[in-house]
Design a protein around this ligand. Structure first.
Ligand SMILES: NC(=O)c1ccc[n+]([C@@H]2O[C@H](COP(=O)([O-])OP(=O)(O)OC[C@H]3O[C@@H](n4cnc5c(N)ncnc54)[C@H](OP(=O)(O)O)[C@@H]3O)[C@@H](O)[C@H]2O)c1
Length: 265
């Protein structure tokens, strides 16, 4: 991994420039995605459309597409000299990223119950995103990110880390509730109840948005902010679509429930 990057860049300044540019591209892609999602839902899960590309089993797709966000950072941290790896804020932020993607790639896929097959194009886009984002976050944090010596006791780092943890737990709990709506072998949909589903239709997305917003607050970088922005845009659009879908499908769907942000949207 180190050799590959050494051959790709003439200097550290050049790599840092790429890491910054990738962040701006991610923000731009977030805006493009937001506009395109006004016209069409991301075609996986309940909107799965395999007319234009072949389907991949849901468990396999989630495992393979999310794996690069765990393996690429692992290769970077273990196989390369990271100038900032000994710094506590950098370590803690990397730990947050690893925690999420260890769960998302190594545990979540194997717990899915009756998930719809993922079309190859959605799978491929997610795979590329996870590869680039894994490189962007891990390389920046392990080699370039510089924080003041007392950053871990700074109120911005503390509140961001707390938000990350709360969001992570909400996401885990909400995905657990969704999973248990189905008995083994079932593939249909039911009205989610309990936890933050009492307030919003997509409590799992609310957790994920809170999580990466906290990470961005604690990380204080364009790299972490770009990822939080992309997550916010993609999941807010998907949550809006889920909410309209529930209201159409279930006559008795709770009318006070919002789409993704309690009491607001
Ligand atoms: N950071 C990001 O940008 C990002 C992007 C996408 C997803 N994610 C995260 O990845 C996870 C999964 O995302 P997703 O889009 O697949 O979430 P989702 O649409 O809520 O579906 C999650 C799982 O629950 C099942 N499910 C959903 N609603 C159900 C209901 N009412 N009754 C029974 N089963 C139901 C789905 O089955 P079906 O497959 O049959 O619909 C699927 O297996 C979430 O934690 C999300 O936050 C993150």
């Amino acid at each position: 991994m180190g050799d590959i990057l050494n051959n790709l860049f003439r200097s550290e300044a050049e790599e840092l420039q790429l890491l910054n540019r990738l962040s701006y591209v991610m923000i731009f892609m977030g805006i493009v995605t937001f506009v395109s999602l006004l016209f069409e839902n991301v075609p996986y899960g309940r909107y799965s459309n395999t007319k234009y590309s072949f389907p991949i089993n849901a468990k396999l797709a989630w495992f393979l597409q999310e794996l690069p966000a765990f393996v690429v950072p692992l290769l970077i941290v273990v196989g390369m000299s990271g100038a900032k790896l000994s710094q506590l804020p950098n370590r803690l932020l990397l730990l947050m990223f690893f925690c999420h993607y260890a769960q998302r790639s190594l545990i979540y896929p194997f717990l899915i119950r009756g998930g719809k097959a993922t079309p190859f194009t959605s799978f491929a886009l997610a795979f590329v995103f996870c590869t680039i984002n894994g490189y962007m976050q891990a390389r920046y944090l392990s080699h370039y990110a510089e924080y003041p010596a007392d950053w871990v006791v700074n109120s911005q780092f503390i509140s961001g880390s707390m938000l990350w943890l709360v969001g992570f737990l909400i996401n885990l709990h909400s995905d657990h509730i969704l999973r248990n709506l189905r008995k083994p072998g079932e593939t249909g949909y039911k009205v989610p109840v309990g936890g933050l589903f009492e307030y919003v239709s997509s409590a799992n997305f609310f957790g994920e948005i809170i999580e990466w917003t906290g990470f961005a607050l604690a990380g204080h970088s364009v790299q972490s902010a770009a990822f939080a922005f992309f997550t916010l845009v993609v999941l807010t659009s998907r949550a809006g679509a889920h909410h309209r879908w529930y209201l159409e499908k279930f006559e008795d769907y709770p009318k006070s429930r919002k789409a993704v942000i309690p009491f607001i949207y």
